[in-house]
Design a protein around this ligand. Structure first.
Ligand SMILES: Nc1ncnc2c1ncn2[C@@H]1O[C@H](COP(=O)(O)OP(=O)(O)O)[C@@H](O)[C@H]1O
Ligand SMILES: [Mg+2]
Length: 240
């Protein structure tokens, strides 16, 4: 589904040059749940933005669903982002003056069809992420975890096959982060949604089915993972 081949990216020039991605190659199949873990500044966000077609300033090749990103005209790329990929960010990126349901249905503002159905679909998606009864709340009335649930419902609105999540638990406490990961797991296991999640938190990465370690713009390890259940471990009081 995703093929990253010899991708490099450099910021700045001359003495101020920083190589942020160094010849990164990577294959991700449909239905995978992959965590990319690395310290701050290692290039994780840059890589995710390249895969999601948000950043086209790189060398090498990236294909999503067989379409080579570098070859797509901007309009086609935007269409791909809007129809095939959902994005979830650390800061939720919700609009405070809209209700939860309106935030979820926001993608429908950009497509003329079925605005009447949009509200109903938004409410259904909110139920799916455990927010039934909160569709009329404004983000200001919601906790961080609830806001992230709204953002996840919004990312699913256009029925994407792929979710790209950049530090989705970075603004949440540990237990709330685990709850959010359980939603991702369910979406992956029940609906076959492909997930790529960037994180710097070890216990969060361990809830994915494959862990790619990233250091200084390079993949240093890439391993299948038997997802752990940190919520259970927390109850048992075990060390990580
Ligand atoms: N727009 C930019 N201009 C210059 N350097 C940048 C820019 N964006 C990111 N960087 C640098 O690229 C490196 C990787 O950044 P990033 O991909 O955000 O890392 P991570 O998400 O792992 O924290 C960092 O050293 C960062 O300072
Ligand atoms: Mg980042």
């Amino acid at each position: 589904m995703i093929s990253v081949s010899k991708v490099s990216k450099t910021y700045g020039d001359g003495d101020a040059q920083t190589r942020v991605l160094k010849n990164v190659s990577l294959e991700i199949e449909a239905g995978e749940f992959v965590a990319i873990i690395g310290t701050s500044g290692s290039g994780k966000t840059t890589l995710l933005n390249v895969v999601g077609g948000l950043d086209r300033e790189f060398t090498g090749d990236v294909s999503v669903n067989g379409a080579k990103i570098s070859g797509l005209p901007e309009a086609k790329l935007a269409e791909m982002r809007n129809t095939q990929i959902g994005f979830v960010f650390q800061q939720f990126n919700l609009l405070d003056h809209l209700t939860a349901a309106e935030n979820v249905a926001l993608p429908s503002f950009f497509s003329p069809k079925e605005t009447a159905d949009a509200e109903r679909r938004a409410v259904e998606l909110l139920e799916r992420v455990g927010l039934s009864g909160r569709s009329e709340s404004n983000p200001t009335q919601l906790s961080g975890g609830q806001k992230q649930r709204v953002a996840i419902a919004r990312s699913l609105f256009c029925n994407p096959q792929l979710l790209l999540c950049d530090e989705p638990t970075g603004s949440l406490d540990r237990n709330t982060g685990v709850e959010i990961l359980n939603i991702f797991r369910k979406l992956n296991e029940d609906d076959g949604l492909t997930l790529i999640m960037v994180t710097h938190e070890e216990h969060i990465a361990r809830m994915a089915r494959r862990i790619i370690r990233f250091e200084d713009g390079e993949i240093v390890s890439d391993k299948a993972n038997k997802p752990s259940d940190p919520s259970r471990r927390l109850q048992l009081g075990e060390e990580e």
